[in-house]
Design a protein around this ligand. Structure first.
Ligand code: 4GX
Length: 387
């Protein structure tokens, strides 16, 4: 842990790793902490009491009950969603057996999470713990620089990373795909998304069943558009974003699939006093993808914002059925953000249009990066559960 990125993180105080030796909590003169298994059989078993005391000593030191993770091959294999969820914790205790298993009763009483790092057997849980610490650290603020964090969400959408190229343009008779030299960023994003899909189909088709496309629709105050974009980007790298204040869009047919996710950002989601910074440098740890261009906004009332983007005036009198004339789901999960009142009305409308509302999110999530990040995590977990 002392080298490279984790080494730097420890030195700058972003993370701290303490070790507790279970043997220090032995109940015997010999300092042993294991004994023969009841029922016989090969190997030894770690006694419950020293493990219990070791965990209690950590609780006493930090003054609260932390999540306690037990590294074992008899658990679900660690994935990026789990890593992100663990990274929200201020403290984590990782319990490692070495050579031997631990008495089931103390596990039952102390362990909150069972985690495996893969379907193979190690000599002890320590290497698993290092893997876990390493992966979790990347989500701790201050561990990665902006540059390092801007290129890491490859598994966020359950898709593999697209292929990368650098100079020279031709190497061993092989050219860099011309589109990457075109300077057309929208086209490049599209191409990368396609490559990610292709690659995942070929190499990890198992990931695709947990993959879904995020489509965000917002309407309401001008800030709703920006908030919609922020939320979309924290949930998915390849999310699409649409501003339904635009009348042309209100008439377009949008039939969403069961593997899509609708994020509906409504009024109340961006009041006058809510913060929606023009720039959120690396806040969500996601590279900023430009939202897709929205076709046909000609003739709309536009007001140029400071960034030169266009905002469209919101007309609150337009009813749902008119604003979303062409919007249909087919058992499509939907997440609603807005005032309670607006969420209530929207739910009924969307359920009629064959969407399934899986989460209601308070507009307060736009109050800060960590709130937004937690909301995104929660949404992703709910979608996976829904599927
Ligand atoms: N992902 N191991 C736990 C302890 C043990 C020994 C004997 C029962 C009987 C592992 C993994 C892993 C090895 C850690 C066995 N338990 N940890 N250790 N795979 O293989 O996390």
């Amino acid at each position: 842990m002392g080298t490279s990125i984790t080494g730097r993180a420890i030195k700058n105080g972003s993370i701290r790793v303490d070790t507790v030796n279970i043997r220090d909590f032995s109940t015997r003169k010999t300092m042993r902490v294991d004994d023969y298994p009841y029922g016989g059989g090969a190997g030894m078993v770690m006694e419950p009491e020293p493990v219990f005391r070791a965990v209690k000593s950590v609780e006493a030191r930090i003054g609260r009950k932390p999540r306690v993770v037990y590294m074992t091959p008899q658990a679900r294999v660690l994935d990026q969603t789990k890593v992100e969820s663990l990274a929200q914790e201020k403290d984590l205790v990782i319990l490692c057996g070495h050579y031997e298993g631990i008495d089931e009763r103390v596990l039952q009483e102390t362990v909150t999470d069972y985690i495996s790092i893969g379907d193979y057997v190690l000599t002890g849980g320590e290497l698993g713990a290092l893997v876990l610490i390493d992966a979790v650290s990347r989500f701790v603020p201050g561990v990665l620089s902006n540059e390092e964090s801007s290129q890491f969400e490859s598994l966020q959408d359950n898709l593999l990373e697209y292929p990368q190229y650098t100079r020279p343009e031709v190497w061993h008779q092989q050219s860099v795909p011309p589109i990457l030299l075109s300077g057309d960023h929208l086209k490049i994003e599209e191409w990368r998304h396609e490559e990610s899909l292709k690659r995942t189909k070929e190499r990890r088709p198992d990931l695709l069943k947990n993959s879904y496309r995020v489509i965000c629709v917002s309407y309401g105050e001008p800030g709703a558009a920006e908030n919609g974009r922020l939320l979309t980007e924290s949930v998915s790298r390849y999310g699409e974003y649409m501003d339904y204040n635009r009348r042309k869009l209100q008439k377009t047919l949008l039939r969403m699939k069961p593997w899509n996710l609708l994020l509906l950002v409504m009024p109340g989601a961006a009041g006058e006093d809510s913060a929606f910074p023009a720039e959120m440098p690396g806040a969500a740890g996601v590279e900023k993808a430009k939202p897709a261009a929205i076709p046909g906004a000609a003739g709309e009332e536009k007001t140029a914002s400071a960034e030169g983007k266009t905002a469209v005036r919101y007309d609150p009198s337009v009813p749902f059925a008119e604003r979303f004339r062409g919007l249909y789901g087919s058992e499509t999960p939907a997440v609603l953000v807005g005032s309670d009142d607006e969420i209530e009305k929207a739910s009924a409308f969307l359920e009629n249009r064959k969407f399934r509302v899986i989460a209601r999110v308070s507009p307060a999530v736009f109050g800060g990066d960590s709130l937004l990040r937690n909301a995104a995590l929660d949404i992703r977990e709910k979608v996976l559960h829904f599927h």
